[in-house]
Design a protein around this ligand. Sequence first.
Ligand code: PEP
Ligand code: MG
Length: 884
Amino acid sequence: TKWVYTFAKGKAEGRADMKELLGGKGANLAQMSNLGIPVPAGFTITTEVCTHFYDNGRTYPDDLKEQVMAALTEIEGHMDARFGDPKKPLLVSVRSGARASMPGMMDTVLNLGLNDETVEGLAHASGDARFAYDSYRRFIQMYSDVVLGVDHYIFEELLEYLKDEKDYTLDTDLTGEDWKELCVQFKDKVREELDEEFPQDPGAQLWGAVGAVFKSWMNARANTYRILHNIPAEWGTAVNIQAMVFGNMGENCATGVCFSRNPSTGDNHFYGEYLVNAQGEDVVAGIRTPQPLTLLEKEESRSSLPAMEELMPDTYRELVQYRDQLEAHYKDMQDMEFTIQEGKLWMLQTRVGKRTTKAALKIAVDMCHEGLISREEAVMRLDPRSLDQLLHPTLDPDAPRDVMSQGLPASPGAATGRIVFSAEDAESWVKRKEEVILVRTETSPEDIGGMHVAQGILTTRGGMTSHAAVVARGMGTPCVSGAGDLKVDHRAKTLTSFNGKVLVEGDVITIDGSNGQVMAGTVPTIQPELSGDFSKLMEWVDEIRTMGVRTNAETPHDAEMARSFGAEGIGLCRTEHMFFDSARINYVREMILADNEEKRREALADILPFQRQDFEDLFEIMEGLPVTIRLLDPPLHEFLPHSERDMALVAEVAGMSVEHVKERASEMAEQNPMLGHRGCRLGITYPEIYEMQTRAIFEAACNVTKRGGKPVVPEIMIPLVAMKAELDRLKEVVDKTAHEVCQGEGIEIDFIVGTMIELPRAALRAGDIAQTAEFFSFGTNDLTQTTFGLSRDDAGKFLRVYQERGVIEVDPFVSIDQDGVGELVQMGCERGRATRPDIKLGICGEHGGDPASIAFFNRIGLNYVSCSPFRVPIARLAAAQAAI
Ligand code: PEP
Ligand code: MG
């Protein structure tokens, strides 16, 4: 078996599409080499070796060593240096590289190959002893931490101690002799900690590092990251071994990170950060403030540091050329790393760049306009769930702000919360239902859990490409990074502003990730404006999708919002929500408590004008689009008062004694209300309720028609039907009432009567039911509940355990159980269509806004999905993706 794939400028054994075997980094290094881009020579050990490693008691295939050694010899040829050669040593980096990018989750070792002899060779070859010993101490520190398990802070302490002793402030104050002395101290420390020498044999170092990378695939933070991002453990990681190039050999050296377009805004501007005379890790770690790459950025960030464009114009132009080449090849925004060694540019990495939703939209639309990708590809580029970010509120620009600090706009959006100072605290506060802002000097991969639950992230160090910034953008969490005039004391849990204001754990702050501001307290928010890119993409979405998208709404506010988000009608108006309004709840209660039909009708007559007004409003807003109105569904006792005070109030309104109210309430209490006296069962027992609702609907329709509004087509929906006989009777009530109203008004109103399919029996008997029903709307909430025999209201408590123990992958109330509940939906559709070929089929359970469920509904041919207003754009996009 071939376990090792080599690459060097101009030729490689791998390609970009070999990610499964070579991991993302390895495949892209191979591809860059193939494109003729200068990549330091190297090779990739495949993910199959990782699988072999774990399947065989952490051992390697027999012939791996031989292949690695041969590949190493190839690198030596390309780089004109030899591994372990005391005169001109080849140094390598050893890095992980999984199929999906897992930034910072696994281990890396740099400068490998240095020992007491080769360090002298490096000093000689580079003519710089200071550089050589600095590299050696970095290597000892990193290798000891990653491979030998000696905590890196032990070495930091030694460094700080030396600086104190010599009265230095900066690392750059140390001389070559100082670094050399420190290397001795570091090695002594390793001996002290482990009772063995720091390995001097480069071969042993290499295998130690390779093993550490494979082992890091299963470390705790990589496991957490994989679970959060649905990456299977079986994928394994590859290991990339590559010749080192140095960005820290002097003033004609540099290292940087860049994006082919701006990852925050999506603007088609080259964008990045770099540091002169530094090693790659320094940019990401945020130890020094990085410099802007371009003059434009420099101007925008009002940076006083020179941009690479002016400082190293030739190298900059070369970099721009690779940017263009890579973007044209991958047809997507690239995130690249580079190093300049003594004026020569080397590309170290390229990958598809993480971006904000706003940027993703702009980039997709722009690239389509540029002819780089098709409309379909543009539509596929967005994660439907991420649209949520665009629709949610931003800070009101006119509201007063108590600005404490100005950091970098690392990840857009506004967030308000209580400050906490560790990822652990963030997690425990959120468990207690608090909203938190995680405040750190800088974040590291260990903080991932806390970052995930926080409303926002604030760091006082680090740039736009720092760990906090990159991870927050990926998660869609607002983030301000590098707010350097704030001081964090992690131990005391305080945050101090430049003017001495001290905030303690639990104090509320607001961050604006779009401009980098940090405010004490809360700032009011407003609805965001949707950009032109959003409308453009949604235009394409609507051209591509075949399934309709409606909304679940009952208030004018929700209906208006849903229309502005593109809803094509109302798929579910839950009329009971209209009953809870404080102006009418007492009439509703009076109706429920009534002892006989006459009294019930009296109360209903009082409710009617309210309902009529509700429907008029909805019809006006929906301007002729279909409106599905569901007649009363929940068990009546849900409306009854619970406190003594409310009971007394109702007793007075209804003209009965408090005792009588209590008695009626206890009469109505049910053991199992979700399976009790609800839905159409109410309509069968108290037809006057449905009669009143029908009357309100038709009077409203007549009124709107009389005012010259667009003709409305009410779709009247009966809930919780199990049998055709139920629907038959209730349809009669509806038809008769509709006829009466229309005749009285002298106006014809078109309407249809249909049913929810939300009980297994209804799905099974859909063939009969369709003889009466003119449409079906699948109530997948109740259908999931009744198919699984799983209470909607209680399942949350134990379904988590099911998920944690792997019994189920996803909560069936969130994403439809395609095999079981989905089969019932499919059967219902088929049987309904067999009886009535033009029957309208929709779904209005929560699943109507879930992209995976939407793909399923599209496949089985539903006419529309209906979901809450904020999910309407998500559903439109998901429906288009399902149609591609
Ligand atoms: C359903 O059961 O899926 C449904 C839409 O109705 P409700 O959630 O109101 O029970
Ligand atoms: Mg239901």
